[in-house]
Design a protein around this ligand. Structure first.
Ligand code: SGN
Ligand code: CA
Length: 530
């Protein structure tokens, strides 16, 4: 069966739409469409609309345009800063321990209702394209074209309903192919029905492989080291010391930094990790790759670096490749929005831009995410509402990824199931603030022992303070090191979170207040480990 035919039959099976209290397109009676674009590991520091020095050097004009025509959230957060758990929060509106997906591996409780299924009951055509990353089939989607696990940058494999469980290789660069499939879905949809399209990019996830045309971009730009790059973790719990995600120590020369020439000082293991990426490329792609990296690698080998010079060199190469991948994402966001504009869909489509979590761009000396410190706990969130409602404004309320599902349901006019813990932030988009809007956020990270060795922790944050509790048995090099340790930060006085105030008598009242909130979350949400 052709993709077009299967969409037609599925849309017929979904039954007659009931529009209920849906948010309506101004000129007609149709409910609004939703385009949700989520990248993988895109830090807010690397979006120019957020005003960070990195974004200024590597601008993202197409994403900025969404901010100029929409609302930019400055306090948007995830519950568990890791891909699969984040995707499970998105689909279920539940915290990780409630939807089952606490870590990267198995876990999703696929008996939970997904937002996509609820949207279908309202007559929405639903599609997910790109990184799915959960160990259940995409549920509640009329159409999907998803990558295998993390997916590949070059010539990735996609699975669709029509491929019967098989992943089929496609020629090209992931960010383009994902946009191609998103546009195909829009082209072939039943134009009488509203749609919810989830576009989940693979980029800019590790190991940051740029597309051919951007292999030389930013080569002469020096990115500034963040203020906390040389953080010594003084005053912090053991977790900040024992992680394995330091730019200087843990970025791999071959796999991450593409020093793949035979003279590389990288280890054989790194070479083995890198080889599959090369084998995927076709001759033209490999030629372009080598013509960009081989001369740079030769220059490095001719003047090998050590010590701090090597650490700084690693930072620059990491940032350049990461930002090159983002450049392609920005282009493709522009292409998708241009399609919507050309097809008169901008006035009845809500466009969301976000990431599955934040990311460290050298802050605290790190790459990756996982910690409850701001750069990974926070995530970019920009929403363009039809009619350019509140265009160019910012919002500072505390919103979280468990709120996305309730927000989409509110847009569609579907009643939120009582089990969903997230709250719709549709009023915030309209410039209203509900009197009972949350004052505290709950965070919980579980994936330990695992790559990057970040210890388990949970915590709460209000608009100014943050309490983190690291806990649990140690494994590997931490064997025998069971921890139960707290950190408290005043984000106003110390936005870089360098000064742990826990135990400081002047902050006892604040620590007690946050502790009481943390206890309340644990009881009310039935948290079963901490
Ligand atoms: C892979 C990466 C890690 C990354 C996790 C989770 N290693 O394991 O660096 O933290 O994914 O990322 S890699 O060698 O495979 O690149 S997540 O975005 O999916 O949560
Ligand atoms: Ca991610």
């Amino acid at each position: 069966m052709k993709y077009k035919d299967s969409l037609f039959i599925l849309s017929a099976l979904c039954g007659m739409p009931q529009w209920g209290m849906a948010q309506k397109d101004k000129g007609s009676d149709k409910p609004l469409n939703v385009v949700y674009i989520m990248t993988d590991d895109h830090s807010y520091q690397a979006i120019s609309a957020y005003g960070h020095p990195i974004g200024k050097l590597a601008p993202t004009p197409n994403i900025d345009r969404l901010a100029n025509e929409g609302v930019l959230f400055r306090r948007a957060f995830v519950e568990n800063s890791l891909s699969t758990p984040s995707r499970a929060c998105l689909m279920t509106g539940l915290y990780s321990h409630q939807n089952g997906q606490r870590t990267l591996g198995k876990g999703i409780d696929s008996t939970k209702v997904f937002v996509s299924e609820l949207l279908q009951t309202k007559g929405y055509q639903t599609a997910v394209i790109g990184k799915w990353h959960m160990q259940c089939e995409p549920k509640g989607f009329d159409y999907y074209s998803v990558l295998e696990d993390q997916g590949a940058y070059y010539n990735p494999e996609f699975k669709t309903k029509e491929s019967h469980g098989k992943y089929i290789r496609e020629e090209g660069y992931a960010t383009h192919l994902i946009t191609d499939h998103a546009v195909e879905f829009l082209e072939h949809r039943n134009k009488k029905k509203p749609f919810a399209l989830f576009v989940h990019h693979k980029a800019p996830h590790r190991n940051w492989m740029p597309e051919e045309k951007y292999l030389n971009l930013y080569e002469d730009v020096e990115f500034p080291l963040p203020e906390t790059f040389y953080d010594d973790y003084k005053t912090r719990c053991a977790a900040a010391y024992s992680q394995e995600m330091e730019v200087g120590r843990d970025l791999q020369l071959i796999y991450d930094l593409k020093l793949n020439d035979p003279d590389s000082i990288g280890s054989p293991d790194e070479r083995a990790g890198w080889e599959p990426s090369v084998k995927r490329m076709n001759a033209g792609q490999w030629k372009a790759w080598e013509s960009a990296y081989a001369p740079r690698n030769k220059a490095f080998n001719d003047h090998p670096m050590t010590g701090d010079a090597l650490v700084r060199w690693k930072f620059q190469r990491y940032m350049r490749d990461y930002l090159r991948c983002i450049k392609s994402v920005d282009d493709e966001v522009g292409r998708l929005v241009a399609y919507l504009a050309k097809n008169n869909l901008l006035d009845n489509t809500v466009i969301v831009y976000t990431s599955d979590q934040g990311f460290y761009n050298g802050e605290h000396g790190w790459f990756d995410k996982r910690f409850m410190y701001e750069e990974s706990f926070r995530t970019p969130l920009i929403i363009r509402y039809p009619g350019k409602m509140n265009a160019g404004t910012t919002n500072d309320e505390l919103v979280q990824n468990i709120d996305y599902a309730p927000t989409f349901l509110a847009i569609a006019g579907v009643e939120k199931p009582a089990s969903f813990v997230g709250q719709s932030f549709l009023p915030l988009l309209k410039g209203e603030k509900p009197s009972d809007w949350r004052k505290y956020l709950y965070y919980h990270y579980y994936d330990y022992p695992a790559v990057h060795q970040v210890r388990r922790h949970d915590g709460v944050r209000d608009e100014r303070y943050k309490l983190i509790h690291f806990y649990g048995e140690g494994f590997g090099k931490d064997m025998g090191n069971t921890i139960s340790c707290n950190e408290l930060y005043d984000l106003q006085a110390d936005p870089n979170e360098l000064d742990n105030l826990y135990g400081n008598p002047a902050y006892k009242e604040i620590a007690d207040r946050l502790q009481a909130q943390l206890d309340r979350f644990r009881v009310e949400q039935k948290v079963d480990e901490y």
